[in-house]
Design a binder for this molecule. Structure first.
Ligand code: KIV
Length: 315
């Protein structure tokens, strides 16, 4: 059964934690859906973890649409939220409506997410009015990293905390179905979670939110040097991938891979046409299994008739 915003709301009402994770492609979406996440976020963090940019600012709407389509194909029954990237919704309500509409029409996502508090409330209200669920995002809003002066926690002074409170209430009042709270004090997140009737989804905002969201690459341990404090590494896939690829390099260079079982073969009656490759064998460039295979061939390379072999290979 497809998850909807009503299921997400029910989870808050029943005090059941909501689990959200980023996804950017078909297979990671499929695996995360099978593992049981409630919501997938096609975050514009893909600009950093997939594209290798230093910020999320270069991500385009076309790129978000491309990745969201792949995620929807991988997790057709999961609730999928797509980020509206930088400068695709801030210019005017009309721009936001057009682009939120494109994401919904062209991807199959169930909701969009946008960054910003009270100043975005009118935009949220209009998008929701046309039938598109909106997830808000306040606290450390990565699209404003330059204005915020870096990747810094927000809401640590009473003035900042009070502003975030106004932001959260404005978004809820405008009709947002949930709000991401990023890198804000756990105590403030607890207050907002208690005050708001819609779910709060925390990232670096402590344990008292209604749900949690993490960047997939962070929890899988794909980056060696970048280890955000708010993430727990549930695997060391960066290390595992590097080791596996290294093993592949070694095997190819040592002629340990591929072996004869990694290729199709001619049928037995045509096998006589399959010439050994004495030159390679003589150079000692085949592994033992390959050598066995070559030595079972019945004819020498001189006897090979390429025109006789060609039709057989074409079959
Ligand atoms: O883009 C993203 O992945 C996000 C999460 C960090 C909440 O916005």
């Amino acid at each position: 059964m497809k998850t909807t915003i009503r299921h997400i709301q029910q989870k808050k009402e029943q005090g059941e934690p909501i689990v959200m994770l980023t996804a950017y492609d078909y297979i990671s979406a499929q695996l995360s859906a099978r593992a049981g996440v409630d919501m997938l976020l096609v975050g514009d963090s893909l600009g950093m973890v997939i594209q290798g940019h230093k910020t999320t600012l270069p991500v385009t709407l076309e790129e978000m649409i491309y990745h969201t389509r792949a995620v929807v194909r991988g997790a057709p029954d999961t609730f999928i939220v797509a980020d509206l990237p930088f400068m695709t919704y801030q210019i005017s309500v009309q721009q936001a409506l057009e682009n939120a509409g494109r994401v919904m029409q062209e991807t199959g996502a169930q909701a969009v997410k946008l960054e910003g508090g009270a100043h975005m409330a009118e935009t949220v209200r209009r998008i929701v009015q046309v039938g598109i669920p909106v997830m808000g995002h306040i606290g450390l809003t990565p699209q404003s990293v330059n204005q915020l002066g870096g990747w810094r926690a927000q809401g640590r002074t009473s003035g900042e905390a009070e502003k975030l409170r106004v932001d959260a209430h404005s978004l809820a009042e405008a009709g947002a179905f949930a709000i991401v709270l990023e890198l804000i004090p756990a105590e403030l997140a607890a207050v907002l979670t208690a005050e708001l009737s819609i779910p709060t989804i925390g990232i670096g905002a402590g344990p008292y939110c209604d749900g949690q969201v993490q960047v997939l690459h962070d929890i899988l341990g794909l980056f060696e040097s970048f280890q955000p404090k708010h993430a727990r590494r549930y695997a060391e896939l960066g290390h595992a991938i590097q080791e596996a690829v290294g093993q592949y390099c070694d095997d190819v260079r040592a002629h340990e891979f591929p072996t004869s079982e990694h290729a199709p073969h001619l049928s037995t009656d045509l096998a006589a046409l399959y010439a050994p490759m004495p030159a390679l064998a003589a150079q000692g460039t085949t592994n033992s299994e390959n050598q066995d295979h070559y030595s079972q061939s019945k004819i020498s390379v001189d006897q090979l008739n390429p025109s006789a072999l060609r039709p057989a290979l074409a079959e």
